[in-house]
Design a protein around this ligand. Structure first.
Ligand SMILES: [Zn+2]
Length: 318
């Protein structure tokens, strides 16, 4: 199959059977979806001065040809087998780091809430509770970008902010892109739901948001890295301590595909060429400097090293 057009991708991901209903579960009889989400004690580690807990927001479902449009059918079968995806669909995880830094408690992205693929995602609230964390104690929230699986949990059903005492931090270019009133005339109709969601959630934090750019520190030792391409203002975070850690966001959407073939497109990248350049640069830097990476959509908890491997790279889970 050739690469899908963006409009077709968004049409497919937004179809009801991926969003709601028993059909979504019936279509994946071999998967125990609950087993894929974090339950019980979460993965924790220390990075320099920071204590980091990885909380799962559950899993998502998307067509494998959206995750790896450049792969041949045989390569897709091989990827699915390696990932344990038995139904020819991709089921990426969603790994949200909760970073304790002195008196600050910082979340990087907040997940889907009850609004996007709620049968299998939106688990952050339950996993925070299981970890004994009061949402009111979160002091800062950083958005890597404003896609539904990263920001749609911002506002709760009644309209209140889920993290009511937090300040919010987002790339200035990301804010400008989604809040542009002309966005709807510049996007295919199938993406309008994403734009409406981004505008809802960004507007909800407007009076407590800080626009950030490359090099800015969220707190000392936690710095913003510009990683555009997946979205125009996508940011990653660099955590100081030891050989460092890069919280990559969606620069590297899968631990096999993004490392073995960093020059392959990802169907959700807004600017595929820029996203590939950003991905290759981040992956090569992680391998060269032996810097840990945390991948939002890697298999839970998504923390590990990147090593050079023949023509590409490979991920070695921590
Ligand atoms: Zn994502």
């Amino acid at each position: 199959m050739s690469a899908l057009e963006p409009a077709e991708i968004f049409e497919r991901i937004s179809r009801r059977r991926f969003m709601t209903g028993a059909g979504a579960l019936a279509a994946m009889p071999f998967l125990d979806l609950k087993a894929l989400a974090q339950v019980g004690q979460p993965f924790q580690f220390t990075q320099g001065e920071f204590d980091i807990t990885v909380l799962s927001d559950g899993t998502l479902t998307l067509p494998l040809e959206v995750l790896a449009p450049d792969a041949t059918p045989e390569q897709r079968d091989e990827i699915a087998a390696a990932m344990g995806w038995a139904d020819k669909m991709a089921h990426p995880g969603t790994n949200i780091p909760l970073i304790r830094a002195g008196d600050d408690l910082i979340l990087v992205d907040v997940g889907s809430g009850d609004k996007f693929q709620p049968e299998t995602s939106g688990e952050l609230a339950a996993n925070l509770e299981a970890a004994g964390i009061d949402p009111a104690s979160v002091t800062k929230v950083v958005f890597t970008h404003a896609h539904p699986d990263h920001v749609w949990a911002t506002v709760m059903e009644g309209g209140e902010l889920r993290f009511a005492n937090a300040s919010y931090h987002v790339g200035g270019a990301e804010w400008d892109f989604w809040m542009n009133p002309d966005i709807f005339s510049q996007m295919p109709d199938a993406m309008h739901e994403f734009a409406r969601g981004a505008q809802r959630d960004l507007a909800a934090v407007e009076d407590r948001v800080t626009m950030v750019k490359a090099g800015d520190a969220i707190v000392p030792g936690l710095s913003v890295v510009d990683t555009p391409g997946h979205t125009p203002g996508h940011i990653s975070l660099e955590v100081a301590g030891g050989d460092g850690l890069i919280i990559a966001g969606d620069v590297t959407p899968n631990e096999i595909i993004s490392l073995r073939n960093p020059d392959w497109k990802f169907g959700f990248d807004a600017d595929p060429d820029m996203a590939i350049a950003t991905r290759k640069s981040l992956v090569d830097r992680a391998a060269t400097d032996a810097t840990k990476v945390l991948g939002y959509h890697f298999t839970y908890p998504g923390v590990g090293m990147v090593e050079k491997d023949r023509a590409g790279y490979r991920f070695v889970a921590a």
